[in-house]
Write a protein that binds this ligand. Structure first.
Ligand code: NAP
Length: 310
């Protein structure tokens, strides 16, 4: 088993390479993926000792959590996995509405517990901020849930710098999950320094830029899911992004590694990033992403990669 890393100030210890599961049962996000493939991805993660799984109510919706609950029940391996899930979305007349009110968050945790077939959640995040609820009040509700043993650690996700400061007024926030990757580095301006100073673990989502930093695409690649609309995958920006990936490939080749290995290893050199949650649509990707732990980057290489994406 690989080295277990502590997530920030929590009592959670995990393999630094976790698993993002928005593609597992996430038919609302990736319509063409079969649930059986999702089950195999989860089983592979268990076999490989990838024990930090990231899910959410809205992936599916509900289905990602349900499949995870099913696999953990069938294998009897609940205790082997540190489970992170998120809530804030609800449906009103078929429309998605965000709610961070204490009552809603408490009910969201109860429903996630049922779908995950467990009596505790290791890390529960407020998935997105709503417009109305004071953020320290929302986090206060999670503190009550933590005191009651329903959750073990408190996270917020997609919060702006100001919202994070408000959320962490009492020092209860353990984890911030935000979009961050080599193409999207705004978090370096305020969120990353704040999390480093306040002992909050920063977990970047889209670490592989939805596959673009996986190194397997070229200018003729086409996309039928949400990536078709992403600016990263369009026109001249796509071509120039692919060029940057090729520059990383030169470094990866020197180290006998893949592009994705080097990219993931680079994040783990950042202060306050303890763990990663790359997504996987195939079992081979789950296994492959562990190779990042074998890559050691020199200070020069860390700077070189940073400069490519400056
Ligand atoms: P990602 O990690 O940036 O990219 C994952 C994709 O990269 C995979 O689906 C696969 O796509 C490709 N890939 C994976 N391993 C690879 C490898 N070794 N080599 C080459 N390609 C590889 O994007 P993501 O899965 O959307 O995001 C990660 C996780 O973050 C999610 O699963 C979810 O848990 C979380 N998330 C959270 C939020 C939030 O609001 N908090 C938002 C988004 C995501 P292809 O095979 O199709 O290229």
């Amino acid at each position: 088993m690989s080295k277990q890393i502590r997530i920030g100030k929590t009592d959670l210890y995990v393999n630094p390479i976790g698993l993002g599961t928005n593609a597992i049962g996430g038919h609302n996000l990736f319509p063409n993926l079969s649930e059986d493939t999702g089950r195999v991805v989860l089983r592979t993660a268990l076999e490989e000792g990838i024990n930090f799984w990231d899910t959410a109510f809205i992936y599916g919706p509900e289905r990602s959590e349900e499949l995870i609950g099913e696999i953990l029940k069938d294998t009897g391996k609940r205790e082997n996995v540190v489970l992170a899930t998120k809530g804030a979305h609800k449906f009103i007349d078929g429309k998605v509405v965000l709610d961070n009110s204490p009552d809603f968050l408490k009910s969201a945790v109860e429903s996630s517990l049922k779908r995950l077939q467990t009596d505790y959640i290791d890390l529960f995040y407020i998935h997105f901020p709503d417009e109305d609820t004071p953020k320290d009040e929302a986090v206060g509700a999670l503190k009550e849930l933590r005191d009651a043993g329903k959750i073990k650690a408190i996270g917020v996700s997609n919060f702006s710098f100001e919202q994070l400061i408000e959320a962490n007024k009492d020092g209860y926030v353990d984890v911030l999950q935000s979009e961050y990757n080599l193409f999207k580095r705004e978090a370096e301006q305020d969120l990353l320094p704040y999390t480093a100073e306040n002992n909050i673990s920063f977990i970047p989502y889209f670490p592989l830029a939805s596959g673009l930093l996986g190194g397997k695409y070229n200018k003729d690649s086409t996309f039928e899911d949400g990536r078709a609309k992403s600016h990263l995958f369009q026109g001249q920006a796509f071509v120039s992004n692919l060029q940057k990936v090729e520059e990383v490939r030169a470094i990866a080749n020197r180290k006998n590694a893949d592009v994705a290995d080097v990219v993931l290893a680079w994040y783990l050199t950042r202060h306050s990033i303890d763990v990663l949650i790359p997504g996987a649509k195939k079992p081979e990707q789950v296994t492959r992403n562990l190779k990042a732990l074998e890559v050691e980057l020199t200070m020069d290489e860390i700077a070189e990669i940073s400069a490519i994406f400056a």
